[in-house]
Design a binder for this molecule. Sequence first.
Ligand code: CA
Length: 418
Amino acid sequence: MRNLCVTYALGMLNVCLLAIGAAASPTAPVVDPEGAVMAEVRTAGDTAGLQVWLQGFRQRAAAAGISADVMDHALTGLQYDADVIRRDRNQSEFTKTIWDYLDTANAAERVSNGKAALAKRAATLQKIEDKYGVDKEVVAAIWGLESAYGSFRGSGSTIQSLANLAYDGRRGAFFEGELLAALKILQSGDTTPTKMRGSWAGAMGHTQFMPSSFLSYAVDFDGDGKRNIWDDDPTDALASTAAYLAHFGWVKGAPYAVEITLPKGFDYDLSGERVTKPVVEWQGLGIRQANGSDLPDFGAASVLLPGGARGAAFLIFSNFHVIEKYNTADAYVIAVGQLARMLKGGAAIKAAWPRELRVLTFDERIELQERLTAAGFDTLGVDAKMGPNTIAAVKAFQRAQAVVPDGYPSLDILQRLR
Ligand code: CA
């Protein structure tokens, strides 16, 4: 979807709207979820160039069924927006560790604001939960992370932002598709170009739907004939979020994860989302809940160590993967899941994080991948993203170095490679 907001790199992520009080608006670094190759940028970078590009785009949009009226209304007078382009290009500079991210995402103020929002919208959220079978607390948690419960929905013109990002061309095909989707929304009459506002990256409304996700999942829950995710009333936006989670298989009443302790001698090769086992097997290996209890059984599960062997450990269930459909960053999923848990009155994460570790910079992540590959631990590409192949390479290198193979790409690993 979605707000495409956080680029995750195993414990490091690009951060976006973590607004609590008067903090940032939803100014998200955008990541193409498909990981598409970013094209060379070859534009004049001014309004005249944008207008020339729009002439060509109008022909493609017309072929896709967008009326001339809708385009005249939405595309006339668009300006080159250097701020949008600058934000898009600077995204790799904003990185945080998962613990720094969670400090903000799960701050006490966000929990108390969430409880207040749940109370204020109790009847609506209950109706939504009843209809879609999605716990109201997880809907509220996404609302809380995406826009601080509607406080920071973004004030930029979605059409102008998407037109600029499509024109700029770095990820032109992706954003042209979103611009086309936005025009389809306008053609359907759900809103107007003036009211269609959101983040610089095209994410819109209370829960920061991208236009293509809106077309697939947004609902008119209050029955006024329009799917309205932009106005102060969050009803349609919250229902649309529940519809989205329901579509991907949310299991009502099940946790996204439980915090666990690992037994002495745990085989770290069993960690990571790629290894899935029945709960009874994890229990048999000596894993317990962080409070000492037996593991609850919510189906096949994996062990996740988002801060490496020295940070909190989680047993993750199918609902974890449903939240991933909103945003694939582990830190985002944990932030949403924990916030929902705390909105239900549950406990915060118990374990300490290795807070003395700092995040690797973009250049260091590139260097890590290059050095791993050169040393015979192939990361299958160099893109600064600490994905499954890089984690597997880090684990293999750690085993060769006889250190705990948790796959965490720390500065220590990079220094060992130098
Ligand atoms: Ca409506």
